[in-house]
Design a protein around this ligand. Structure first.
Ligand SMILES: [Ca+2]
Ligand SMILES: [Ca+2]
Length: 246
């Protein structure tokens, strides 16, 4: 009987070792700040919680009124994003051909009550109007079929009583957050990247005649089944060890 238990434990250890060897080390969490780098809200990276942020774009171009904005209408606004520990990843953010974010605003909160994100992130935003249509943003460089949780946040502290509702659509699911008054956010859980390692996110203004704001974004890699297997095997191992001692 004792021999059987030892054999079982040896098998568990062997499987555990194989699974751990097969599980790649992956960046787990990436933060992106949309707005204006430098001039309006100083970039703090790492932030006061010790996390590193990516700036949505450092390309300065003019909007339709000749005002300076800091992102191109289409194309990559971020390549090789760093993770929260400032380690470079393969993750890119690409605004696909078509419509675009209109411009930027610095009217967001300087102190959030629904996130622990700094003023650098919450104060400045990219915005759109209904007339801007749907803006497709594609996350690229993800692992094929990887599962991610995606959080979108907007803030507008103007106090004009007008909503800033953003419709965010991924696949067949649309979720909405309202950046006004003050702030709002929404999280998609368990979004699967396609075989190319892409996740496409569509942004659109929810209420005609108003605006919609995007101030910051967080994407988190959900542990792979292999990692979960390691955790559950670890639990099994502990259980066996306990039974053995009993
Ligand atoms: Ca900022
Ligand atoms: Ca921002």
């Amino acid at each position: 009987m004792k021999k059987v238990k030892i054999l079982v434990m040896l098998v568990v250890v062997a499987v555990l070792a194989m699974v751990m060897w097969a599980a790649p080390a992956q960046a787990a969490r990436i933060f992106i700040d949309f707005g204006k780098p430098g001039d309006y809200a100083a970039n703090l990276s790492p932030d006061t919680s010790g996390r590193y942020w990516n700036q949505g774009s450092t390309t300065e171009v003019l909007d339709q009124w000749g005002q300076l904005k800091d992102f191109p209408d289409t194309g990559f606004i971020l390549t090789n994003a760093v993770d929260e520990d400032n380690v470079a990843t393969t993750v890119d953010v690409n605004i696909l051909d078509g419509l675009r974010f209109t411009s930027m605003n610095i009217g967001g909160l300087t102190s959030s009550t629904i996130t622990d994100w700094d003023a650098n992130v919450t104060r400045d935003s990219w915005w759109i109007r209904t007339a801007d249509g749907t803006i497709p943003m594609r996350l690229e460089g993800l692992g094929a079929n990887e599962i991610w949780d995606l959080t979108f946040y907007g803030s507008y502290d103007g106090g004009d009583g007008v909503s800033r509702r953003m419709d965010v659509t991924i696949g067949a699911t649309t979720q909405t957050y309202d950046a006004a008054p003050l702030e709002g956010m929404t999280t998609f859980t368990g979004v699967t990247a396609d075989a190319n390692g892409y996740i496409t996110v569509d942004f659109a203004c929810d209420v005609d005649g108003t605006y919609a704001y995007l101030s910051g974004m967080e994407i988190v890699l959900v542990p792979e089944p292999a990692t979960l297997a390691v955790l559950s095997l670890g639990g099994l191992f502990t259980l066996l060890a306990r039974r053995r001692r009993a």
